[in-house]
Design a protein around this ligand. Sequence first.
Ligand code: ATP
Length: 140
Amino acid sequence: MATVKLEIVSPDKIVYSEDINMAIVRSTGGELGILPKHAPLLTGLVPHAMHIKKDDNEELIAIAGGFMEVNPAKITILASAAELPINIDVNRAKKAYDRAKERLDAFKKAPDAHQDIDSFRARAALERAIARLKATKTMD
Ligand code: ATP
């Protein structure tokens, strides 16, 4: 099976570096499936649990957001944060989810009474938490 090198880099480390068969990511323009020899591409990534197909196995990695550069022989993801499922603290992600959900619900119910709440920030935090819960299969 044809392969392409996938490198996922966070600000402090290389999170993943393997030869893979396919990556499925959520870009700012929608979902993208990247196969070996893909045409060059540069796009933004939104928070999500990305799928990787490698030797008949499927792996999940939480991506908090960032950029992806694709060349025929290499996919590079520069992520603001990225975690393998084994490194995700599910309890922490659940707490982050509850906190963000509470803020968003309070804001939606009475925006004028909650001008202190940054709803964009809360929505982004919620999406990062969902990405971590999905990557660990603790949320569908
Ligand atoms: P929290 O509110 O729990 O800090 P967050 O979404 O604000 O979550 P980020 O700003 O995306 O966190 O990430 C900050 C750092 O913490 C990164 O290094 C990221 O990999 C790590 N991180 C965040 N949440 C988790 C988690 N649930 N398990 C493991 N590492 C995490």
